[in-house]
Design a protein around this ligand. Structure first.
Ligand code: TRP
Ligand code: ZN
Length: 479
């Protein structure tokens, strides 16, 4: 049902005992009795992503998440309050938040108690009165996590309690397992996290730290991410960490390594080069896009990958081996431009994240004198599987090797076609034009065409991104 009249909203409201009242100045529709009444409708339970129809929600746009949470050392549980500031994009009778393995104890909108429903990883909130289109509103959710150390042993992704502390991490979705959220990269927001833990434990998250405060044996840590962030890029880690705080180019740099790892271990050595690698990438992609730098290393057998969590990438200790450590750091730092600052409009375009981050690894390896970009291309060209189109890999193959390798090869093919000067100008203009925003493959094709002086790059790029067969090797004579 697309349009719900206010009378229907009153029916829903009976569930929660709220009272509805007519608001002034709203659009009206003529009901069956001929009386003009405001038209309100429910926000969609998905944001419209073909790959993940239930991800995100319709009807509003979040500006800020203010999370005030507490970690319980007895069972590893999380609880707290999320204050979500958003603006309606329609006359809204009710709306959803993504909400998985969480339980709400109370929900208010602008201070008014709301009726709620929880099912299918969604929290449905029905305020006592509809909210007019374009109105800013504040939702406060008190909640607990239903995940505990005992029941999450086999769970991957999202909030994972550990023996001491825990952490939250995962792509394409993880945020919904630790706070109510519009869980899709097309709705980016700023964040503040206050996390209260037993004194002696450390808390690491995105962005810039504020001084922590301690009372009665509990310490509250505060982290602020002031640049809009996609929800899957939010993270928190609680545990015993060595935290190295410094500044880099005048911005805070926070590098956290588990106390269980020696200070000179390969993971610690790799992340110690964060500033140097970010500076190299800035020479290729333009200014580093965020207020803070850093790294977070995890030492937990459930995690064996890295993720480009905003301003502070997360690395499983096992992935930062002596032979490949800085290449992984270059990959995750490149995502700060490609994925984090310029975020996806929809998951289908994942190559815009992974192809660029892989290309950055090729650039870094060349810079380090390990392997030229052309050699990286040639290796990938000889061993890639060509059936899976990186421009539309399908939800189940979002992170398949061709998304990374053929995505990067696509960029090298474009470079061959338009020449180094135009290509490297594009690598800077693209993140500049979409800074803190969202983009899609079509936007990139248009940008590449502009970079090529108007020569249409659509056919070249669609062949590399979508053809089910190996495209011809680009000839270097075109450069
Ligand atoms: N985006 C990550 C990277 O390439 C990889 C990744 C895919 C991932 N799925 C994940 C990381 C789930 C953590 C969780 O750097
Ligand atoms: Zn990646």
């Amino acid at each position: 049902m697309k349009v719900v009249r206010i009378g229907v909203v009153v029916g829903v409201v009976l569930l929660g005992g709220c009272t509805a009242h007519k608001q002034a100045g709203q659009p009206t529709a003529t009901s069956g009795t001929g009386v003009k009444q405001p038209v309100f409708s429910a926000g969609g339970k998905g944001i419209g992503d073909r790959y993940f129809p239930a991800y995100g929600n319709g009807g509003y746009d979040v500006a800020d998440y203010d999370l005030s949470l507490r970690y319980d050392p007895v069972d590893g549980g999380l609880s707290g309050t999320a204050t979500i500031t958003a603006t309606t994009t329609q006359n809204l009778s009710r709306f959803n938040l993504d909400f998985k393995d969480l339980k709400a104890s109370s929900v208010t909108v602008d201070g008014a108690v709301c009726a709620t429903r929880e099912d299918d990883d969604e929290l449905t909130v029905t305020p006592p009165a509809g909210i007019a289109e374009g109105k800013r509103f504040t939702t406060v959710v008190n909640y607990v996590s239903t995940r505990t150390r005992k029941n999450t042993r086999n769970t991957t992704g999202g909030w994972l309690p550990a023996q001491v502390g825990g952490f939250a991490l995962g792509e394409p979705a993880s945020a919904r397992t630790w706070y109510p959220v519009n869980d899709h990269p097309s709705d980016k927001a700023t964040y503040k996290l206050k996390m209260t833990v037993p004194a002696g434990l450390q808390v690491i998250s995105n962005g810039t730290p504020s001084p922590q405060t301690t009372s009665d044996g509990w310490t509250t840590w505060t982290w602020t991410e002031a640049s809009p962030m996609a929800s899957y890029l939010s993270t928190v880690a609680i545990g015993h960490y060595r935290i190295d705080r410094s500044t880099h180019l005048g911005r805070p740099m926070v590098i956290a390594v588990p106390s269980s790892l020696p200070a000179d271990s390969p993971p610690a050595q790799a992340v110690a080069r964060t500033g140097e690698i970010a500076d190299f990438l800035a020479t290729r992609f333009g200014p580093y896009p965020f207020d803070a730098y850093g790294a977070l290393v995890l030492d937990d057998s459930r995690i064996d990958f890295a993720l480009e969590t905003q301003s502070r990438p997360t690395y499983a200790s096992t992935i930062l081996r002596p032979d490949n450590g800085t290449s992984v750091v270059a990959h995750e730092l490149a995502h700060q431009w490609f994925g984090d600052s310029v975020s996806l409009k929809r998951w289908k375009d994942i190559w815009l994240n992974e192809g660029f981050a892989t290309y950055a690894q090729w650039l870094w390896k060349e810079h380090e004198g390990e392997l030229s970009v052309q050699d990286s291309f040639d290796q990938a060209y000889s061993k890639t599987e060509w059936k899976l189109p990186p421009g539309d890999p399908g939800a189940d193959a979002l992170f398949a090797a061709p998304v990374y390798q053929r995505g990067a090869m696509t960029l090298q093919a474009l470079r061959s076609a338009i020449g180094d000067a135009a290509f490297f100008a594009l690598l800077k203009s693209w993140p500049a034009e979409h800074k803190n925003g969202n983009a899609a493959t079509d936007d990139f094709i248009a940008a590449a065409t502009r970079a090529a002086g108007g020569r249409d790059m659509k056919s070249l790029l669609t062949t590399w991104l979508f053809a089910a067969a190996k495209p011809p090797k680009p000839s270097s004579s075109e450069r």
